[in-house]
Design a protein around this ligand. Structure first.
Ligand SMILES: Cc1cc2nc3c(=O)[nH]c(=O)nc-3n(C[C@H](O)[C@H](O)[C@H](O)COP(=O)(O)O)c2cc1C
Ligand code: SF4
Ligand code: SF4
Ligand code: SF4
Ligand code: FES
Length: 595
């Protein structure tokens, strides 16, 4: 028995801010203090507040330390672990309370969250199967194999209302029933851990923080549809996730939770990892399967759907990591429990990777139906620097922008689609008044143009043409007819592309046009970028009355575009200016403006 547990986050975010050093420094210091038998150090998965990393939590007190440095370790050991005095200066500010420390669950960031898919992330050691088992792990698999028929399992998942968390929101139970109904002596279960949406990292966090949940869920899926082999397709850019998943698979095999005759029930199930090279299109289900088969990851026409003809031509089920992460708890706690969270048509919770212009960036899991305002203003802590909320982008390159007028929208699959956006895999990027919506549409189009596999012309050529029109507009060379051109071309690409990449690629254009058409018009007619982003439409100038002639700007200008005498108003030569903004940063008198 240990008297104290020190949990240090070992997620990618905290690892990149140095949590590995923290763990080794901590272990060394604890050993030196003779506490190795009393204090246990556990490397966990992500807590969600990645921007504050490296993060550490010490139990039984529940002290939540953020931005811990190696130099802080001696103090943590001598004060907290030896003398029992909490190191207040390292506490996350919201947990500091006049009567001691407040639980992390009471903070703005966690108060409205409800962790289901992330239940064990930040709680258990992902490299130790016993910790997963201690948190009810593999009980659902045991229950399924000993007490339920495959049809019972599928009915329960159907009743729960679980929908795919990979983007399209297809009912999971229904998908499994199709694969079960396809007669074949060989079937497969696959997991989509490609996570291609820019800014999204929820699947990575589950793999890093709780890899056994995926193994357990995939084995359950295998039992339900009659498959004895599974594949996890994960991008090679996720080394920590791949490593922990492999460790977890090895451990599960060692104790007979994967392999032949699992739990003595006669059920066989094996699992392998396949690495993807990070191409966005390989997240599309048919492309993913083609890639696992060892070919170039290009989408195939559907039908036939994977449930009939999937991996290696055999009936297959493909689900997203987060979808699977819900399965064991649904089996143990029931469909009504799952339905008690979320909305009528979107049961359960959703994990979002919240980023952009917001105080608390990080990983957030909330019941479906939570409003965008709650996420942005309460959990996210609002927009920094007193700026105004302009829009939130959901669904990555396949999604759209939600303007301030829809801040009270309850987020679920159908509501997002009704306003021209979509859930996607859960990226949520917050934008403030300094964001140009034409530029944002162009950013996502550039991504799609790069990632299009090129197999079909509407996507390959169409998205490039869309990009070119947007580029023209941001350079002040647009014409009013371009707006209709953008709409017509978008419609054409959506209707004629072979796969979901092309079918959704125009969404960012259409949604920004719908909610922010005035910004497009300002770029085209007035040759102005209202947010002050599009370089070609900007002009830097000096307000004479405010300029003190301090010369700082002139010294900072790399183009020699600023002239003037000391203590006299300066001037910018617009022909020489390369619009780098260095002068504006230097001026302490607010004398330089860009318009
Ligand atoms: C271009 C494209 C990229 C996709 N990328 C992903 C991805 O990275 N992860 C994912 O789970 N689903 C992705 N999907 C959706 C998958 O095709 C598929 O619908 C999903 O993995 C099914 O699992 P689910 O029902 O659990 O959501 C993508 C779809 C398209 C069209
Ligand atoms: S829509 Fe785009 S990504 Fe999909 S098959 Fe066609 S070219 Fe490839
Ligand atoms: S924006 Fe850059 S190039 Fe232009 S005047 Fe300022 S410092 Fe010089
Ligand atoms: S830094 Fe500002 S105050 Fe100083 S010379 Fe330049 S514009 Fe004038
Ligand atoms: S990676 Fe450490 S809190 Fe997210």
């Amino acid at each position: 028995m240990y008297r104290s547990h020190v949990l240090v986050c070992g997620g990618t975010g905290c690892t990149s801010s140095g949590s590995e050093h923290i763990v080794s420094a901590l272990e060394a210091e604890i050993k030196q203090a003779g506490l190795a038998e009393e204090v246990k150090v556990i490397k966990t998965g992500c807590f969600g507040l990645c921007a504050l990393g490296p993060i550490m939590i010490i139990y039984p007190e529940g002290a939540f330390y953020s931005r811990v440095k190696a130099e802080d370790i001696p103090e943590i050991v001598s004060e907290h672990l030896i003398k029992g005095r909490i190191v207040t200066r390292l506490l996350y500010d919201e947990t500091v309370h006049k009567d001691g420390i407040q639980s992390l669950n009471e903070t703005q960031f966690y108060k409205k969250q409800h962790r289901v898919a992330l239940k064990n992330c930040g709680v258990i050691d992902p490299e130790n199967i016993n910790e997963y088992i201690a948190y009810d792990g593999y009980q659902a698999l045991g229950k399924v194999l000993t007490e339920m028929t495959p049809d019972d399992v599928i009915q329960l998942i159907k009743d729960s209302g679980l929908r795919g968390r990979g983007g399209a929101g297809f009912p999971t139970g229904l998908k499994w029933s199709f694969a079960k109904a396809s007669e074949n002596d060989q079937k497969y279960v696959a997991c989509n851990a490609d996570e291609g949406d820019p800014g999204a990292f929820m699947d990575r966090s589950v793999l890093e923080g709780d890899p056994h949940v995926l193994i357990e869920a995939m084995a359950i899926a295998g039992y339900a549809i009659g498959a004895n082999q599974g594949f996890v397709y994960v991008r090679a850019e996720y080394p920590i996730a791949v490593k922990r998943l492999q460790i977890a698979i090895n451990q599960a095999k060692e104790i007979g939770l994967l392999g032949k005759n699992i739990l003595g029930t006669g059920f066989d199930f094996d699992l392998d990892i396949r690495l993807g090279a990070g191409a966005f299109v390989c997240g599309e289900e048919t492309a993913l399967m083609t890639s696992i088969e060892g070919h170039r990851g290009e989408p195939r026409p559907r039908p036939p759907f994977p449930a009939v003809k999937g991996l290696f031509g055999k009936p297959s089920v493909l689900n997203n990591v987060e979808t699977y992460a819900n399965i064991p708890q649904i089996i143990l706690k029931g469909a009504d429990w799952f339905r008690s969270m979320g909305t009528e048509k979107s049961a359960g919770t959703k994990v979002f990777a919240v980023g952009g212009k917001i105080h608390n960036t990080g990983l957030v899991e909330v019941p479906m139906g939570t409003t965008l305002r709650e996420i942005v203003e309460e959990i996210g802590g609002g927009i920094p620097n007193g700026k105004k909320f302009k829009a939130a982008q959901t669904g990555g390159p396949s999604g759209g922008c939600i303007p301030a007028s829809h801040l009270d929208i309850e987020i679920d699959y159908d509501n997002l689609i009704s306003i021209g956006s979509m859930m996607g895999s859960g990226g949520l990027i917050v934008m403030d008044e300094d964001t140009c919506m034409v530029d944002i549409a162009k950013f996502f189009l550039e991504f799609t143009v790069d990632e299009s596999c090129g197999k079909c012309a509407p996507c390959r050529i169409g998205t490039k043409r869309l990009y070119e029109i947007l580029d023209r507009i941001t350079k002040g060379k647009g014409e009013m007819e371009d707006i209709q051109r953008l709409k017509d071309l978008s419609q054409f690409i959506k209707e004629n592309s072979l796969c979901g990449l092309g079918q959704t690629a125009p969404n960012p254009v259409l949604s920004t046009l719908h909610f922010f058409e005035d910004e497009y018009i300002a770029h085209i007619k007035d040759k102005k970028c209202p947010a002050g982003v599009c370089k070609d439409l900007l002009r830097y100038s000096i307000i004479e009355d405010k300029c003190k002639g301090c010369t700082l700007c002139a010294r900072a200008c790399p183009a020699g575009a600023i002239t003037g005498e000391v203590k006299k108003p300066h001037k910018i030569d617009v022909h020489k200016c390369v619009k780098c903004g260095a002068c504006m940063e230097k001026c302490r008198f607010g004398a330089i403006v860009k318009k």
